[in-house]
Design a binder for this molecule. Structure first.
Ligand SMILES: [Cu+2]
Length: 153
């Protein structure tokens, strides 16, 4: 019981600290995109404050923010100075904000099954790319397949 309470205390504390330190995330998405909102929910449950902005033209927004088309996914987001493209796990974004590399941001190109917001019984391995300002990218984090149910199922 004591251990459980300590655990809950630590969880509440870390969430609170995270909420103070983490910049607001603005997500640009189509109003019809369900998995985009599911990703926003994943970010919220990891302590981020999310503002969801519906846009008619996600590619135009991505272009304006400086994320190259070839890393594109279904939604694009702004976190501090960085652009986050697609279903990037919150943990990778926290690491980015801590390490602060010189880059445009992170991208999970496509819509990998099993990534946050893309919960699936048929997950695949995927890479989160660190995208540089010259358009080049390198693997920032590799994720092994995780089997998970769609929320609400
Ligand atoms: Cu998606």
């Amino acid at each position: 019981m004591t251990r459980l309470l300590t655990g809950i205390g630590a969880l509440v504390f870390s969430t609170w600290v995270g909420a103070v330190d983490l910049p607001e995330v603005e997500v640009f998405k189509s109003p019809y995109c369900g998995c985009c909102s599911a990703w926003a929910e994943h970010m919220r449950s990891n302590g981020f404050t999310i503002r969801e902005t519906n846009v008619n033209d996600v590619p135009a927004t991505r272009n304006r923010l400086g994320m190259p088309e070839r890393y594109s996914s279904c939604h694009t987001a702004k976190v501090g100075d960085y652009v986050i493209e697609g279903h990037v796990p919150a943990a990778d974004i926290k690491r980015l904000l801590k390490e602060r590399p010189k880059a445009v941001g992170l991208a999970a190109p496509g819509m990998p099954q099993g990534s946050p917001g893309m919960e699936s019984q048929n997950p695949v391995a995927y890479d989160v790319m660190l995208v540089k300002s010259d358009g080049a990218a390198k693997v920032y984090a590799h994720h092994e397949p995780v089997k998970n149910e769609k929320p609400g199922k």
